[in-house]
Design a binder for this molecule. Structure first.
Ligand code: SF4
Length: 345
């Protein structure tokens, strides 16, 4: 467990009651009034966040020096929620940048209109430092991975149930005493960013927020999560744009995902998951693990995962239409260890 304080020290302090979850601190930052135009909202947002940074406000360094101790009429979290609501009308939550008006029934690539929750439950199968984790599992995803193990959920944005914002806030409140965190996942949570901010805007539970994601968000979405999320639980799949394009239908994967990992680390604490895939050790596993070591050293947790199984459409792709062999996982894992990465237990 020795790597946990180095990578997740603030998260541990929140669990011990010695730090405040970011979103609660964000609710105490006064912004005056919410401007009318989206451009003005962003200008105000960026100004307030910059001041917080300069003044050692929210963030991975901890402390909330500039936060108003009371509850303002209009908070930074209210401003973020308002911006996210505007983005729904010309959606660019993820880098597919569909520009559709989801409030008028237009579907973008992910197909998600209003949020639908496939399941919500106490998860005991996540990394030891996270369990029990109150997991809220949205239908729909911004990726189309041909090997997806949850394809019935990720590729069915109309599955699951609609929940009111108040209902989800109440569910979180009920789990507050038992769960170590709220784990926003799917599919992928990115399509539902506006809804998640709305839930947090009316929540008061002193529980860390985990963003469990493929990290294909736009920089604007990353800015909205800044000061809200405590731990990014990322899924870093590919070391090669060709593999990302062929197996998940994603362009420009490496540049976007590495950019967002750097942003995530600036904002919060990070656990990176990498699923080792058959035949993808040289092109994917090794470049990812080497980049993590060069970029973050041992300051992020890394989970090298062996549980790949050929699912969904994997039978059409010969190199991944089989289970991972023991020697393949060992090669990836030993590479991670040799780099001195901060490995999960
Ligand atoms: S979240 Fe969905 S609609 Fe919005 S940009 Fe991404 S794929 Fe398109």
């Amino acid at each position: 467990m020795s790597g946990i304080p180095k990578a997740l020290g603030r998260y541990v302090k929140i669990l011990g009651g010695d730090e405040t979850p970011n979103y609660l601190a964000c609710k105490k930052v006064a912004v005056g009034r919410i401007p009318d135009s989206l451009d003005e909202k962003w200008a105000l947002h960026d100004k307030v966040v910059a001041e917080l940074r300069t003044g050692d406000g929210f963030g991975s360094a901890g402390g909330h020096g500039n936060a108003d101790p009371g509850k303002p009429d209009v908070s930074l979290l209210d401003l973020k929620t308002s911006i996210a609501s505007d983005i729904l009308r010309k959606c660019e939550f993820c880098e597919r940048r569909c520009a559709v008006d989801r409030t008028s029934g237009q579907r973008g690539h992910c197909g998600v209109l209003e949020p639908r929750i496939s399941s919500e439950f106490m998860h005991y199968g996540e990394e030891p430092e996270l369990v029990p984790s109150y997991t809220i599992f949205f239908s729909g995803c911004t990726f189309n991975c041909v090997f997806c193990q949850n394809f019935d959920i990720s590729q069915s944005p109309e599955g699951g149930e609609k929940f009111p914002v108040e209902g989800v806030a109440h569910l979180i409140e009920r789990r507050e005493e038992i769960a170590k965190n709220v784990n926003w996942v799917g599919g992928d949570p990115t399509s539902n960013l506006a809804f998640i901010l709305e839930v947090l805007a009316i929540s008061d539970s002193a529980i860390p927020q985990v963003w469990n994601s493929n990290m294909f968000l736009t920089e604007k979405s990353m800015k909205l999560l800044d000061g809200v999320i405590d731990v990014y639980l990322t899924d870093f799949k590919y070391g090669s744009d060709d593999c990302a394009k062929r197996l998940s239908g994603i362009e420009n994967y490496w540049e976007i995902i590495t950019r967002n990992h750097v942003l995530a680390k600036e904002q919060a604490e990070v656990i990176v998951r990498h699923l080792v895939m058959p035949g993808h050790i040289e092109c994917c596993s090794k470049p990812i693990l080497s980049w993590l070591a060069e970029t973050f050293g041992d300051t992020v947790r890394v989970n090298v995962m062996a549980q790949y199984r050929p699912m969904y459409k994997a039978f059409r792709y010969p190199e991944i239409n089989r289970s991972l062999e023991r020697h393949e996982f060992a090669e990836a894992y030993e590479h991670a260890v040799s780099l001195g990465l901060n490995m999960t237990d």
